[in-house]
Design a protein around this ligand. Structure first.
Ligand code: HEM
Length: 603
């Protein structure tokens, strides 16, 4: 297998087709390392086997089992790569491996392939989705044929973030307005692209457990609100909901305005030049969430820059993993992924949040915050204080607080950045919409310090613009659930472990609910135009029990920035939508940085 891998590398390097064969690359790029690792693994295996046999201790046996598992899976992966060759339909992989038609192990591989297929065939019977009433499955859902006879497993092997995005869009188009099923070796995946069926998933009290993709974020966010389930999620959600109460949000307004002034200064320095929004927006949203959630100013902290870089690097690695199913295996990521870099960045982020929590805990204990204020009203605290109060009541421990804080930082930072970047782009591209927003924000008090939360809430048209931008470019393009037991969903019996993917991006571009979905038309969200719309047609913040806890926070934060920018500057386009290559990550991204030009408004 090593030789095959090395040979593929050779062909691969010659053809310089890195992007077309990521699976082969994963096997080949490290072929020397692969060989070394196999040697080490073999040595450790022998040592462990000897130890296991002589001492038969549980630890030695465990190591032995792990090593054997690692070896077997490595070889199976290499085998799949080679046997793809026999499936001419999988053209991109075949393209890379064409020279191996005369590979001596061909017959053997073919035989194994047949056995393998037989295995999948058998497994499919046991893990197939069926209809509840016995009608043909195709009447309820489109079944996407795989590109090879490995179900849909190999369809997604040579993926990049951009091809994941395109693959999902193409699948949705092929399903012709139906939801669709993929069959993976592990389990089926039910893809929901219609609001009518998404409703049942969102409303289900059984379907609250997140799917396998979220496991990749677990080392970063632990058992925080985004990932946790069942009792832990219920109790944390209940404890944290008051931290997003109107009064608490109001107390954040000053922070948003202050950060906004800093941001305007940055814009002043970039007048008439092309401004890369991807560079200037994320520090604004990260500073905001840091100060509101933790009560510290990131700009004042010496570790601020390191922290920002570490969060960015963590996300980059997460995206790499999301796009490569082999990287879902921790051991594979450990051997062939950026595991060390990932661990270092996690340490930076976790250490800083842990230190801040410790410091805040001491202040919290000194303040001895009470249950009620001086007027006898129930006290509501910002996020970290709420968690510290819960800790004082014995409801959460230090690790739990860390997980929640990291979750807020992650969820509250990139999502709002992405939305702001797209909204500013769309304003630059649609002068008429920008002018209407300007008319609306002109009515606000001249001194931004005097603008109240009530006045921000009354910016109805600006809110329509944000909503339309989120509809076309949802910061979170898909979310996932899984069936923890056999579950009936939309008239289909989903076996245990079935994965569910709700494609928010496609749901919100359904032409039945949003005619001409590719056109930017904020008026769709004027109250009179939303009356008869399906309640689950517009779901950028998800819906049901596990909806976004921070949506009001996000809308307020974005309104503060957008109102200030529109009042002071005219936005001109420097990027066209056609220039952009979209990528599916945890949040929606583009390969290219998005730029606008600014000119000062003269009043
Ligand atoms: C434009 C901005 C935002 C968008 C589009 C957005 C979208 C979403 C979506 C779609 C979910 C559901 C995720 C899932 O089911 O896997 C979610 C959950 C969540 N969001 Fe947001 N979000 C935004 C801003 C924020 C902010 C500012 C915060 C915090 C301050 C936040 C905190 C959370 C948390 C903690 C969850 C998990 C809730 C739970 O499962 O109980 N989000 N968000």
């Amino acid at each position: 297998m090593q030789h095959v891998a090395a040979a593929i590398t050779f062909v691969h390097n010659n053809k310089k087709r890195r992007d077309r064969a990521s699976f082969s690359i994963q096997l080949c790029r490290h072929s020397t390392f692969h060989a070394q690792m196999q040697f080490v693994i073999a040595a450790v295996t022998v040592a462990a086997a000897t130890a296991a046999v002589s001492a038969a201790t549980p630890a030695a046996l465990t190591i032995f089992v792990i090593q054997v598992h690692a070896l077997v899976v490595q070889h199976v992966c290499a085998f799949i790569s080679v046997s793809c060759h026999f499936h001419r339909k999988s053209s991109s992989i075949v393209g890379t491996m064409g020279k191996y038609a005369a590979w001596p192990g061909r017959k053997f591989a073919k035989k194994l392939l047949l056995i393998w297929n037989g295995h999948i065939g058998k497994k499919k019977k046991t893990i197939r989705v069926r209809t509840e009433d016995g009608s043909p499955l195709e009447s309820k859902v489109a079944i996407m044929p795989g590109k090879t006879r490995f179900g849909n497993n190999l369809d997604i092997l040579n993926f990049t973030p951009a091809s994941v995005f395109n693959f999902v869009r193409e699948s949705t188009a092929k399903a012709k307005g139906k939801n669709y099923l993929w069959y993976f070796l592990y389990a089926p995946m039910y893809n929901v692209v219609r609001p009518e069926e998404a409703e049942e998933v969102f409303q289900s009290t059984k379907l609250i457990t997140k799917n396998v993709v979220y496991e990749l974020i677990r080392p970063f966010l632990g058992d925080g609100l985004l990932i946790s389930t069942d009792h832990k999620w219920h109790s944390r959600r209940k404890a944290l909901t008051p931290a997003f109460h109107f009064n608490v949000l109001q107390s954040f307004l000053g922070i948003f305005k202050e950060e906004c002034k800093k941001f305007l200064n940055v814009l002043e320095k970039n007048l008439d030049a092309e401004l890369e929004l991807n560079q200037v927006i994320p520090p604004f949203t990260l500073n905001n969430i840091c100060e509101t959630a933790l009560g510290v100013k990131l700009d004042d902290m010496s570790e601020g820059n390191e922290y920002r870089k570490a969060i960015h690097a963590i996300e980059e690695i997460l995206i790499q993993r999301v796009c490569n199913p082999l990287m879902y295996y921790n051991w594979y990521f450990f051997l062939y992924g950026d595991y060390r870099k990932h661990s270092q960045n996690l340490r930076i982020v976790h250490d800083l949040s842990s230190r801040i929590i410790e410091r805040k805990r001491q202040q919290f204990q000194q303040k001895q915050l009470g249950e009620v204020d001086e007027f006898g009203r129930k006290q509501r605290y910002a996020m970290l204080d709420t968690l510290l109060a819960a800790e004082a009541d014995g409801q959460i421990d230090h690790q739990g607080i860390c997980d929640e804080v990291n979750t807020f930082m992650f969820e509250g930072y990139d999502t709002t950045s992405t939305c702001l970047i797209f909204t500013l782009l769309m304003l630059a591209l649609h002068e008429d919409v920008q002018n209407k927003c300007y008319e609306e924000v002109e009515s606000l008090p001249e001194d931004s310090d005097d603008i109240s939360m009530f006045q921000f809430n009354k910016l109805v048209y600006l809110e329509c613009v944000i909503k339309e931008s989120l509809r076309m470019f949802p910061s979170v393009p898909f979310i996932g659930r899984q069936c923890v037991e056999e579950t009936v969903v939309n008239g289909m019996v989903m076996p245990k472990d079935t994965q569910i993917s709700i494609h928010i991006y496609d749901i919100m571009r359904d032409p039945r609910h949003f005619p001409k979905p590719d056109l930017f038309q904020p008026d769709r969200f004027l109250p009179e135009n939303t009356v008869n719309r399906h309640p689950f047609a517009y779901v950028p913040f998800s819906a049901g029990q596990r909806n976004c806890i921070g949506q009001k926070f996000a809308i307020l934060e974005m309104k503060v920035l957008l109102a200030a920018v529109i009042r002071n500057f005219k936005l001109l386009p420097a990027t066209q939508l056609e220039d952009l290559t979209f990528e599916n990550g945890i949040v929606l991204r583009t390969q290219e940085n998005i730029k606008v030009k600014l000119s000062k408004r003269v009043t």
